[in-house]
Design a binder for this molecule. Structure first.
Ligand code: 5GP
Length: 194
């Protein structure tokens, strides 16, 4: 999606250590128009699907899920990153390994909020190594729900994520696919294929 590539070029900052900083429009300050544009594009792409819920992981996925849910006319649901008092004891759980933090954490969704009648669309801000999204897929599958598709705002296509998810045979739509990026020159190349 060209609008996302343009936004990244204009307002993203490439940091050392393979990190794209997008706090001006996605990770801290939120460009609601941009999020809506992305959600509308996903709605068009998945218009044949009867989706019942938009599912993500806290915290950075929530804004994307909220706007997408509004566009699809269904609830947004987010997996919590650790057990808390608000979380039902009966929950679906999955382990996620974080390469950046070099440790695993648990994601959980209350069992009463997801079941085999749900057809969900999963969304997240980044697809890098794919561990977060794979954890979410496993959790949703444990609930018996069907996954109709995955929407990613920014995919770093040179990392393992896309490959890791391919075995699940779920259609993925990434608003921008980064082929390469270089912090020293602040240059960035995109993959044109969807
Ligand atoms: P994974 O490696 O599991 O696909 O990515 C996990 C999470 O790491 C993403 O949901 C995102 O929040 C974060 N992440 C990965 N790469 C980047 C990046 O380049 N920039 C930012 N801001 N977050 C990232």
């Amino acid at each position: 999606m060209e609008f996302m590539e343009t936004k990244i070029k204009n307002e993203g900052q490439i940091l050392e250590g393979n990190v794209l900083l997008v706090d001006k429009f996605l990770n801290q300050q939120l460009d609601i128009e941009l999020l809506e544009q992305m959600a509308l594009a996903w709605k068009e792409k998945f218009k044949g699907e009867k989706i019942t819920k938009i599912v993500t992981i806290e915290a950075s996925g929530i804004a994307i899920a909220a706007i997408t849910a509004k566009v699809f006319g269904v609830p947004a649901l987010f997996a919590k990153k650790k057990a808390s008092l608000n979380l039902d004891a009966k929950s679906y759980k999955a382990e996620v390994y974080s390469f950046t933090k070099k440790q695993s954490y648990t994601i959980a969704i209350s069992q009463k909020l997801l079941n085999e009648n749900d057809r969900v669309f999963l969304v997240d801000d980044f697809l890098a190594n794919g561990c977060a999204m794979e954890g979410l897929i496993k959790l949703v599958q444990e609930a018996g729900a069907t996954i109709a598709g995955i929407g990613i705002a920014i995919e770093k296509s040179y990392q393992e994520g896309r490959k890791r998810l391919e075995e699940y045979n779920i259609p993925i739509s990434s608003a921008a696919r980064i082929q390469s990026m270089d912090a020293s020159t602040q240059s960035i190349e995109f993959l044109n294929e969807e």
